[in-house]
Design a protein around this ligand. Structure first.
Ligand code: NDP
Length: 245
């Protein structure tokens, strides 16, 4: 039995990288996806490519730092597909820098997107999932949610927070919701494009060189989704074979 077929899945950060790869993999396996991010042009193009008649893919321009926009995303999903089975809480950013550079704007951005965005998206879908009596929250953390390394203190703090939150969901919603943490290692996406600190960006060269393609993460997400309802895959770490960290 295909447990992915016809599931309605919201994916945040679907305009590039891991989110886009998840959309492709999940639609390929029969899911209906609602794509969310700020770059609506990219979402529209992807939705059209995935489903020319719109039956398997929709999109909604969403800034995850704005609570009301996540509520609108959930409402748009219900209007189009009638239910919400899975939330892939994936939107995130990683402007790494040493603490002493005091890039407070970037710290705030990471807290707003990587933590508050994750909470807002959860809050927007929870009532419907409880009402349905089922639902699956997939939170994208990171290897940086397991270990701390120089230049990444705030990013690691946000990804540790995501893991803590996901474990809390699991404990509080036993038998009702499934909670999965996906912790990728280095993946070849646009994530490092937003590093403003030149030394840090240069130091990322080695890790970027060994990064794996985002479809590897999408397959892990699909694995968690395809399990029967009583099976809760709580965490998957997916690293490049060559990665030390
Ligand atoms: P990308 O930069 O390719 O994708 C990030 C996505 O997040 C984009 O779709 C972007 O869309 C979206 N996003 C950023 N800010 C917002 C916002 N305010 N509102 C809505 N969407 C937003 O990177 P990845 O695909 O690599 O990142 C996806 C997740 O994977 C992140 O949580 C990241 O931390 C995590 N991760 C990535 C790893 C890697 O090596 N690549 C390793 C470990 C974890 P838009 O700009 O259109 O809004």
């Amino acid at each position: 039995m295909n447990e992915i077929k016809d599931k309605v899945i919201i994916i945040t950060g679907a305009s590039s990288g891991i989110g886009e790869a998840c959309a492709r993999e999940l639609v390929d396996r029969g899911a209906k996806v609602m794509l969310a991010a700020r770059r609506a042009d990219r979402l529209e193009k992807l939705a059209n490519e995935l489903s020319s008649d719109g039956s398997a893919a929709g999109y909604h321009e969403t800034d995850v730092t704005k609570k009301d926009q996540l509520e609108q995303l959930a409402a748009a999903t219900l209007e189009k597909f009638g239910r919400i089975d899975v939330l892939v809480n994936n939107a995130g950013l990683m402007p790494l820098s040493p603490l002493e550079k005091l890039k407070l704007d970037e710290w705030e951005q990471m807290v707003d997107v990587n933590i508050k965005g994750v909470l807002y998206a959860f809050a927007a879908v929870l009532p419907k999932m409880l009402d349905q009596g089922s639902g699956h929250i997939i939170n994208v953390s990171s290897v940086a949610g397991h270990v701390v390394f120089p230049g990444a203190a705030v990013y690691c703090a946000t990804k540790f927070a995501v893991r803590a939150f996901a474990e809390g969901i699991r404990q509080e919603s036993k038998g009702r919701l499934r909670s999965t943490i996906i912790s990728p290692g280095a993946v070849d996406t646009e994530l490092t494009d937003h590093i403003s600190d030149e030394d840090t960006k240069e130091a990322m060269g080695d890790i970027v060189a060994i990064a794996i393609k985002p479809d590897a993460i999408a397959r892990a997400v699909a694995f968690a989704v395809e399990q029967p309802g009583e099976v809760d895959i709580n965490e998957i770490i997916v690293r490049p074979t060559k990665q030390d960290l």
